[in-house]
Unconditional design. Structure first.
Length: 281
């Protein structure tokens, strides 16, 4: 449980951090809250030779509202998201990440860059159709959530790119629900479901977005359920019928906690509950 030896740098500018990443190639890793990277290093599943800590770089923290959405700095901690209730489902999901100690250190940028399909915030970013800005030596680019998560612990980010901002559209007209099933309250999700629903003036479903946690090698959208529900009534029967499609097209891996079949069952049940929660607010 002791890491391999590594050098530690804490640059004071983004340019310096990017230069360090670029010069040291895949041997260099960014450090944010350390709550995903350090456990991997202790297990010797990762052995970077240099850690580039982001904590002294100005401008990477904070939550701002404007221009029809939210701009969040990558070093913003889960605890800060949790206490900003105006963020709706983001605040709700952040409040369900692990325990207070993890939420006090872990950051949204680290969670998205790590690309763990068991994490809660990647699913929410995918469900709200958010995006990240990434900066590297050649400049800045925007990556939509649907393109960011590519495979298990694999994102579209190059090793020398830093997430500098997370942008979320305004979804305040949507009702939302986030349901997470775990063996103990503070555990990782066995399966998690994020649901957003907006109503047309006649009460039918105008739009619906559903994100799934732990149902594949990346966070997923439950597109069959979304398509079934869009334009339909939002009564209990319609929701229950649509939720039956939540696992369609998924291929969740079994693990110590749940078989693939059990995860598919959980996805259906939790989707129904998340939708019921979303239409009740
Ligand atoms: C006991 C425990 C329980 C947990 N339970 C949950 C849970 O239930 N749900 C959940 O969602 N998460 C859970 N986590 C993970 C936690 O949310 C982490 O904080 C988060 O996944 C990573 O954030 P971090 O700031 O700690 O990142 P770090 O560990 O510092 O970094 C993670 C990865 O992201 C890279 N990185 C960091 N910042 C950037 C950036 N700005 N740009 C590009 N790359 C970057 C790093 O190089 C590294 O590869 C748990 C962690 C622990 C230790």
């Amino acid at each position: 449980m002791i890491t391999a030896p590594f050098d530690y740098e804490a640059p004071e500018s983004l340019e310096e951090a990017i230069r360090m990443l670029h010069e040291n190639g895949e041997d260099a890793k960014l450090l944010a809250g350390g709550h995903s990277l350090l456990p991997l290093m202790k297990l010797r599943l990762a052995a970077p030779t240099i850690l580039v800590d982001l904590r002294r770089i100005p401008g990477l923290h904070g939550i701002q509202q404007g221009n029809g959405g939210w701009r969040i700095g990558p070093m913003t901690r889960h605890a800060d998201l949790e206490s900003t209730s105006e963020l709706g489902v983001v605040a709700r999901a952040a409040s369900l990440v692990a325990d207070q100690q993890v939420r006090n250190r872990g950051t949204i940028g680290g969670s998205l860059a790590h690309g763990d399909p068991a994490s809660d915030l990647p699913t929410v970013l995918l469900a709200v159709d958010g995006e990240v800005t990434a900066r590297g030596p050649g400049g800045e680019r925007t990556i939509a959530a649907g393109d960011l998560f590519q495979d298990y612990l694999t994102t579209a980010l190059a090793h020398y790119e830093v997430i500098t901002e997370i942008r979320l559209p305004d979804v305040s007209t949507y009702g939302f629900g986030y349901q997470k099933f775990a063996r103990r309250a503070e555990d990782w999700a066995m399966v998690g479901v994020c649901a957003l629903v907006s109503r047309a003036p006649d009460g039918t479903c105008e739009d619906v977005r559903i994100g799934l946690t732990q149902m594949g090698s990346t966070p997923l959208r439950a597109t069959a359920t979304e398509e079934t529900l869009r334009g339909s009534t939002l009564d209990d029967a319609a929701i229950a019928g649509a939720a039956e499609h939540a696992a369609d097209g998924t291929d969740p891996p079994g693990d110590l906690n749940a078989t693939p079949d059990y995860k598919r069952h959980l996805a259906r049940v939790l989707t129904r509950r998340a939708l019921e929660e979303a239409v009740s607010v």
